[in-house]
Design a protein around this ligand. Structure first.
Ligand SMILES: [Mg+2]
Length: 280
């Protein structure tokens, strides 16, 4: 309902793409409380807030339900886009569908295990762990850890070998047609996609739906957010308590880069509120 209001406003329709861990959610506690005032304004203005995360569809849908958000979900680092069944967010042909941009996890895990066996690399991935081990590595609850293991398009891993061996591993991954992305806690093995590719796909989708190009803000705190931030007109580097801002090499002069003063969801609230204030 609100998205339609968005198309009728005088400013171009707006979209927000956001990373979750360390951005909308606190890096340590996974709390989103400080972002609620800005989220509420987005809801009342009809601005879709689109999760663009390394998390799974199951995890993302649970959080979207908790926050009362109905919008597309980009999961597993741009590997797949889930479109809701509602007319505000999807063309008739695309409603309730999943668009796969990446690779299948079964292929990725098969490749990883065969390579480890062959080369003797020291690494562990989600497929080696039960939910309790994953919970211990991440601080997630058992239920959340179980959801995190319902992966379909990527395999997070911990590299426990030398830097030299890593360079070799990386070239083997590239030769196989896959790629590695560094997230907040894990390396992610996935297909030839990233969060930026998914953002561009959805911008085209909304352009077709609304008949007007959206103005896009993207927010992220990690290196795996760089492609998403580079693809947005307004790139928000959200401060992290544990690592530097994601690196950006922006060519477009139209693009704006904002670095938040505050960390995680407090920084999210700061940047989104400021944007809404200036574009109302
Ligand atoms: Mg993050």
């Amino acid at each position: 309902m609100t998205a339609r209001k968005n198309t009728l406003s005088e400013t171009p329709p707006r979209l927000i793409f956001t990373d979750l861990d360390g951005t909308l959610l606190d890096h340590h506690s996974y709390d989103f409380g400080p972002a609620l005032p800005a989220l509420e304004r987005c809801r009342s203005l009809g601005i879709p807030v689109i999760f663009n995360t390394s998390k799974t569809l199951e995890e993302s849908q649970a959080l979207a339900r908790e926050l009362g958000i109905e919008a597309p979900l980009v999961v597993e680092n741009g590997s797949a886009i889930w479109l809701p069944a509602s007319a505000q967010h999807a063309t008739e042909a695309a409603r309730g569908k999943i668009v796969v941009l990446g690779a299948r996890r079964s292929d990725l895990v098969g490749f990883l295990h065969a390579l480890r066996e062959q080369e003797g690399y020291s690494l562990q991935s989600f497929s080696d762990w039960d939910s309790a081990t994953l919970a211990a590595h991440t601080g997630l609850s058992l239920t959340q850890a179980s959801s995190a293991q319902q992966r379909a398009y990527s395999e997070p891993l911990l590299w426990q070998d030398t830097e030299h061996a890593f360079l070799h591993f990386q070239s083997r991954v590239q030769r196989a047609g896959y790629r590695l992305l560094r997230g907040g806690r894990f390396l992610h093995l996935l297909g030839q996609t990233d969060k930026g590719r998914a953002l561009r796909w959805l911008c085209d989708h909304y352009h077709g739906l609304w008949g007007q190009a959206p103005r896009v803000m993207a927010l992220g705190d990690g290196q795996n957010d760089s492609a998403m931030l580079e693809a947005a007109q307004i790139a928000v580097q959200v401060r992290s308590p544990v690592h530097p801002f994601p690196t950006l090499s922006r060519a477009s002069t139209n693009a704006r880069v904002i670095q938040t003063q505050l960390c995680g969801p407090e920084g999210w609230n700061e940047a989104v509120q400021a944007w809404l204030d200036e574009t109302q």
